[in-house]
Design a protein. Structure first.
Length: 480
């Protein structure tokens, strides 16, 4: 086997394979655009308000952790591409219960996220068109992206390519304008120097506690990179595709995230209320006197939200299809038509829309309950990735070293460093009242899935032993 040829995915549906319509340009943009969302454009404001200029350190630390996780995931996905990604790797390394737990927890996370993104996009539209109902916009967006994902996978790839291109272009333009302003070259501006970095309480105005809040906000803002390893299984060259996408995306994303935070806190006083009210990007552009800054960024945020909806419907449907192909879910979800798991797409979309309805019907109990349950799911997924890589790397080195196209740096030392970092984030979450609630709810969800997964594993193993026993008796009789 060549270093770039693709082994047959282990989780292809039995009634027909998924298509291979994604090109390298699609994968590269999915890797870049998947992580650039409303969490960066809007949500980072809360982190800046808590940590002040030290938000740059928070994003650097969490960015390093995410780089290690993606390197591990890239190693496993390049060696064995699968639409179930880390769920398949967890099943191979730890056991079926682990694949079941990681896969369904991630599916649940994506479906709830689809609803959240739909609500956010609808709020922007109603701001432009007052009097129009939010639910109607959400319904329209759900229909569009459900339709996109029901069609050939190349349609999803094209949508994501152009969505991601716009987001990446917006970030690059913002960084360019920001650097010119910092240097005092931008017309109408003076170089701010280090006044905003060292004034008003200093670099860490709220001490270590503020840095911790900023760190927690930054960790979850990086979620979304995992989609590229799911999409790689449907690309023309899965091994080469995921290897290239992971390698190029990591340093670019670090530049976008950490670079953006550095530009913002250098140009705008961290305590400016506009940073939270309007979002840090709009606040910065307003501060520089850029015309129509708010509307420009609203367009970018809308695109980011719609892109995330599109990607999450895709990721949820492929994860569900993979789980079914491995006997870990209802068979109907695994039906493939024309290379697309259309029933899984429909179910994932309906679940997402149901979350939107709950936000209107039961905003203070059921909807908040859902939000808290997904609060720390991505951290759980990262732990499964790290443990799986520890196990599978040894197996690959022993059985198929030629598959190690992408290698984790300084294995196993950096894998253990990443696990320690994840444990530290859990401890920090337990110390904060808001995140502690999320930790408990997420823990309940994961524990419930793990129990169900383990029971299924035991039942399947017992059934297999019962079926194997008569065959063994027949074979023994035949020998006599």
């Amino acid at each position: 086997m060549s270093r770039t040829s693709a082994p047959a995915p282990v989780d292809q549906p039995v009634d027909g394979p998924l298509s291979h319509g994604l090109k390298q340009r699609h994968l590269s943009m999915i890797a870049l655009g998947g992580v650039i969302g409303a969490g960066l454009f809007v949500g980072s404001g809360a982190g800046i308000a808590a940590a002040g200029p030290s938000i740059v350190i928070a994003y650097a630390i969490s960015g390093l952790l995410v780089m290690l996780v993606m390197r591990m995931l890239g190693e496993m996905s390049a060696a064995n591409p699968a639409s179930g990604s880390f769920s398949v790797h967890a099943e191979r390394a730890i056991g079926p219960w682990a694949g079941f737990t990681a896969g369904w927890a991630f599916w649940f996370l994506l479906c709830v996220a689809v609803g959240l993104e739909g609500i956010g996009a609808a709020k922007i539209m109603t701001g432009w068109l007052p009097g129009t109902p939010e639910w109607a916009w959400v319904a329209l967006f759900m229909l569009v992206f459900c339709g996109t994902n029901l069609a050939a996978v190349k349609n999803f790839g094209e949508f994501e390519f152009w969505f991601a291109a716009l987001k990446v272009g917006a970030i690059a333009l913002f960084l360019g304008i920001g650097v010119l302003a910092i240097l005092g070259i931008l017309p109408g501006t003076d170089a701010p120097g280090t006044a905003n970095l060292t004034g008003d309480g200093g670099f860490m105005p709220n001490g270590s506690e503020g840095l911790v809040v900023g760190l927690l906000a930054s960790v979850f803002a990086y979620g979304g990179l995992e989609t590229v390893t799911i999409a790689a299984a449907e690309s023309e060259h899965p091994v080469q595709g995921v290897a290239t996408a992971v390698r190029t995306a990591m340093w670019r994303i670090a530049l976008f995230y950490i670079g953006s935070m550095a530009v913002i806190v250098t140009l705008v006083p961290w305590g400016d209320p506009k940073v939270v009210e309007k979002g840090p990007y709009v606040a910065t552009l307003d501060h520089l006197g850029i015309p129509a800054a708010g509307q420009i960024m609203n367009v970018v945020v809308l695109v980011a939200l719609l892109s995330a909806m599109n990607a999450n419907v895709y990721g949820a449907s492929r994860m569900a299809c993979s789980l079914v192909a491995r006997g870990q879910g209802p068979k109907a979800l695994g039906k493939v038509f024309g290379g697309v798991p259309r029933i899984a797409v429909l179910v994932s979309s309906v679940f997402g829309f149901a979350c939107v309805l709950l936000s209107y019907w039961r905003p203070n109990d059921v909807f908040m309950w859902l939000l808290n349950m997904i609060g720390a799911v991505i951290l759980v997924v990262w732990i499964f990735i790290a443990v799986s890589q520890l196990v599978l790397r040894r197996k690959l080195e022993r059985e198929a070293p030629e598959k190690l196209v992408v290698k984790m740096w300084l294995y196993p030392a950096l894998t253990w460093v990443a696990l320690a970092g994840m444990a530290a984030v859990f401890v920090l979450m337990a110390r904060e009242a808001d995140t502690r609630t999320q930790l408990f709810y997420t823990g309940g969800l994961v524990l419930a899935l793990a129990v169900v997964g383990y029971i299924r594993q035991v039942v399947v193993a017992a059934k297999g032993d019962a079926e194997a026993e008569p065959e063994a008796v027949d074979a023994e009789v035949g020998k006599r």
